[in-house]
Design a protein around this ligand. Sequence first.
Ligand SMILES: NC(=O)c1ccc[n+]([C@@H]2O[C@H](COP(=O)([O-])OP(=O)(O)OC[C@H]3O[C@@H](n4cnc5c(N)ncnc54)[C@H](O)[C@@H]3O)[C@@H](O)[C@H]2O)c1
Length: 399
Amino acid sequence: MSRVAIIGAGAMGAGIAQVAAQHGWDVHLQDVNDDVVSDAIAGIGRRLDRLVEKDRISAEDAAAAADRLQVVGDAFPDCELVIEAIVEDLDAKADVLGAILSQLNADAIVATNTSSLSVSDLGDRLGIGNRCCGMHFFNPAPIMKLVEIVRGRDTDEAVLDRVAEIAGDWGKQVARCADTPGFIVNRVARPYYLEAFRIVEEGMAGPDDIDATMKLLGGFRMGPMELTDFIGHDVNTATTRTVWNQWEQPDRLAPSWLQESLVAEGHLGRKSGRGIYDHAGDTPRCVVQVATPRPEIPADVRAAASTFTSAATDVEHDDDQAVIFARILGALINEATWAAHDGVASEADIDTAVRYGVNYPRGLFEWRNAIGAKPVEALLAAMDAWSEDHRFQAAPSTA
Ligand SMILES: NC(=O)c1ccc[n+]([C@@H]2O[C@H](COP(=O)([O-])OP(=O)(O)OC[C@H]3O[C@@H](n4cnc5c(N)ncnc54)[C@H](O)[C@@H]3O)[C@@H](O)[C@H]2O)c1
């Protein structure tokens, strides 16, 4: 039987444990104390029961998955893979993994679920860079389809192949990437939120118009404003700051003062009852004021946005919707192109990552190819000339 050890039985560790157990793996769970693990196993049991009630899995499969979960103390017999999902702290991760290394088989693969720490640094600290990599699941792990497989400086290709194979066997889509800040999704998706906030800050449009436009024209499941309310502005701004700082503060990824002021005022989104929207009633009500006066949009921006948006969608739209949509999708495509240029991942892997990590309706390169290079270049050039910063500076082509 294949066996995985999961260290850390919090939100992510428990979710990953459920995924592995449902796909036939024997799971050994460890946390700071065994009660945390017992609670996590009970929580997984309840989730499996709900899947049975909804007819998603059979009662036999649920029972078999639950039977595969066990608490481990300090022994890790024959685990092919260890996935670490404890607190986001390099010292803590190195200490915990260092303490169990001698219990593991000499060829066991050690994967970390870190979102923001260097996989290479962890491998170096452990002295096992060749068999250490990232396995970055998304929350909630049983539902989100993507796993980013992160290649450390010294990770063996065979290790990455095996981890990708395991993630695939667990029903996941795999995107391979380099050990760079934010990996793929946490970097490439940033302009979806940031450009939307800039549109509100400037007074060009309100949050509800932006949300409606992105859903209607692009088929996005949630608009950027409602999505940040859902994620939580504290979590979303913290990721922005981390990625922006780690990439040496490019204008493209700079935090939004409006979003940071929401955090300072305690308006964190749904979890605090209020963010961009007030969530007290049955229907969320927009409570963020749009700046005035409304900016004059240059004719060349309108023209470029109209060409771009008409090539990107068949949905009928007005001129303002074309500009909103082109700014946000154009910024996303440009960030994806910069990421490919920076060696983060291939275009195909970036497309897989945004489709399954943030559920975009299309891959960003797929969209760029449908729009065509010229309309994308024209939009970026017009926006770059209009913007006061360099956030629309076009990435060197990776074609
Ligand atoms: N929550 C997310 O959305 C998300 C998504 C992707 C990746 N991650 C990453 O996954 C990791 C875990 O995040 P989480 O949201 O599950 O956190 P969490 O706080 O829910 O769980 C962390 C668990 O680790 C345990 N722990 C702490 N120190 C430990 C130790 N020394 N030994 C064993 N267990 C220990 C805690 O008791 C807790 O149960 C972090 O690296 C985080 O960055 C989180």
